[in-house]
Design a protein. Structure first.
Length: 462
């Protein structure tokens, strides 16, 4: 399939981010009969997608990009021509929380969305299926349609909602074996027809029974609700971790017992320093805004409390450090093991480590950050405030001369480190605050550390 004409269909994705890039790479990989192009306004990002060093780190992503790039997967900055040329257009531009005006700090900022809709309208000269891939407030499809039909060309566009459920760090696996693919459409003849076209694409590798369809509003809402439920589980277990620290209960034992109830299930019950990532907080705030908009203040409060517990968990982590280290951190050197918001990604958006670093700096501590993939993003997050921050990829070097280690990210490599060697290189008394409960606490205590897990009694030598 060398020339463009031979492709069965031309698919475009606007937005080459964490969602657009991997999703399109998987479609191209699984469907060589389709031409898949990803465009972005960010030239540097597109250049990276076309290089050996992809702009995001995801296990397995390099391989699938390499297998299709130049064959049926293309990355480009030519948005106009590609809009004109494609039959199906995915929109995966970012929708951050608004920082200004009405709904600031709550509602989604839809300016990129609207700009993209207008761009499609201005460039398109044939019918297209537009697929919402970004997470959006419910009824965004309606707004999109209003823009797309503002030129009296109603029949040209059919808007579908196809939210992405991939998690970072496991994106390739999630895309290859999704729990479900959800496609929302209008329940009109043309809506159902467009929906079938999208079903056909996914059916190239996803079992039919896992491809579910719904009306467009249910689809949009399902995405917000799925993320809200996941975040709620973490806040639930984290809220119990505080109680465990006050009693003699152990959060791992509680989580295990609770999770073995098959109605509850055992996943997403790891107590932690708090959840991060670009989605959970943003999507819950979106849900809260939506509820308030409809006057459902009690429902809004309920979901907002999920964020309140998450903030509390991060705050109390620093307070615990302060209390344990004799009520002063000034001048002390704290080493953060991990800065990414979770393991296997270099992404630091909303990472608890960002909050913790800022608080430690307020306490006049010095912070040494180590992370296998996220040091670049850490530097960007802390730009302008990192006079007392050091970045070091090697965890042994990072911990040398420090008073304490705080585990921020559950990177597998931290479990296998030689903590005896680390202990010897640190200032005494040496402390470990395990914000992910991934280390062998008893062993660390025997080496000589004072150990503070989440949701379990501390092991100290005092
Ligand atoms: C995801 C979700 O899809 C989205 O709902 C959420 O708001 C953020 O997380 P993600 O792919 O992670 O999006 O976002 P990001 O990595 O920021 O990528 C968005 C891309 O869109 C960027 O590369 C940006 O340059 C591009 N973009 C943005 C455009 O191409 N055009 C625009 O007008 C705006
Ligand atoms: C999430 C959703 O899982 C995904 O379906 C959606 O498409 C995007 O948002 P992501 O943010 O990439 O994905 O990562 P996720 O694995 O959900 O973790 C989110 C945060 O919760 C991380 O900071 C993680 O460390 C934390 N977490 C997760 C816990 O603290 N405890 C857990 O048990 C699980």
């Amino acid at each position: 399939m060398s020339s463009t004409q031979e492709f069965k269909k031309k698919i475009l994705c606007i937005g080459a981010g964490y969602v657009g890039g991997p999703t399109m790479a998987m479609i191209a990989h699984k469907c060589p009969q389709y031409k898949v192009t990803v465009v972005d306004i960010n030239q540097t990002r597109i250049a990276q997608w076309n290089s050996e060093n992809l702009p995001i780190f995801e296990p397995g992503l390099d391989e699938i990009v390499r297998s299709s790039r130049g064959r049926n997967l293309f990355f480009s900055t030519d948005i106009e021509n590609n809009i004109r040329d494609s039959e199906i257009i995915f929109v995966s531009v970012n929708t951050p929380t608004k920082t200004f005006g009405a709904g600031a700090g709550m509602a989604a900022d839809l300016q990129y969305w609207e700009k993209t809709a207008r761009e499609i309208l201005n460039c398109a000269n044939s019918p297209k299926i537009i697929v919402e891939k970004s997470t959006l407030p419910v009824k965004t499809a309606l707004a999109m349609e209003r823009i797309l039909t503002s030129n009296d060309n109603r029949e040209q566009f059919e808007v579908l909602s196809n939210p992405e459920f991939l998690a970072e760090g496991t994106a390739v696996k999630d895309l290859e074996h999704p729990d479900r693919v959800l496609i929302g459409s209008h329940e009109t003849e043309s809506g159902l027809k467009a929906r079938e076209e999208l079903v056909d694409i996914y059916a190239n590798w996803v079992p039919r029974e896992r491809i579910i369809t719904s009306n467009i509003w249910s689809s949009e809402l399902s995405k917000l609700v799925a993320n809200a439920f996941l975040a709620q589980r973490i806040s639930s277990i984290n809220s119990i971790s505080v109680l465990c620290e006050k009693t003699e209960a152990d959060i791992n034992e509680v989580a295990r017992s609770v999770g073995m109830d098959s109605r509850i299930g055992n996943r997403f019950l790891n107590a932690s320093v708090g959840f991060g990532g670009s989605c959970f907080k943003k999507d819950i705030l979106n849900l809260v805004y939506l509820c308030n908009h409809y006057g459902l203040n009690k429902v809004a409060d309920y979901w907002e409390s999920v964020i309140a517990i998450n903030d509390y968990q991060k705050e109390r982590f620093v307070i615990n450090m302060l209390n344990a280290m004799f009520n002063t951190l000034a001048g002390k050197k704290i080493c953060l093991f991990g800065f990414a918001f979770k393991a296997n990604t270099g992404d630091t958006r909303e990472s608890p480590a960002v909050f913790i670093t800022k608080k430690l700096l307020e306490e006049k501590a010095q912070v040494v950050i180590t992370d296998p993939k996220a040091l670049g993003n850490a530097r960007i997050e802390l730009k302008g405030i990192d006079e007392k921050v050091w970045y070091e990829e090697n965890p042994y070097k990072a911990a040398t001369g420090c008073d304490a280690i705080s585990v921020m990210t559950e990177w597998e490599i931290y479990r296998g480190l030689d903590f005896k060697r680390i202990f010897e290189s640190m200032v005494k008394p040496a402390f470990i605050f395990d914000g992910r409960n991934i280390l062998d606490h008893k062993k660390l205590f025997e080496i000589g550390f004072n150990v503070y897990p989440i949701g379990k009694p501390a092991l100290t030598h005092f």
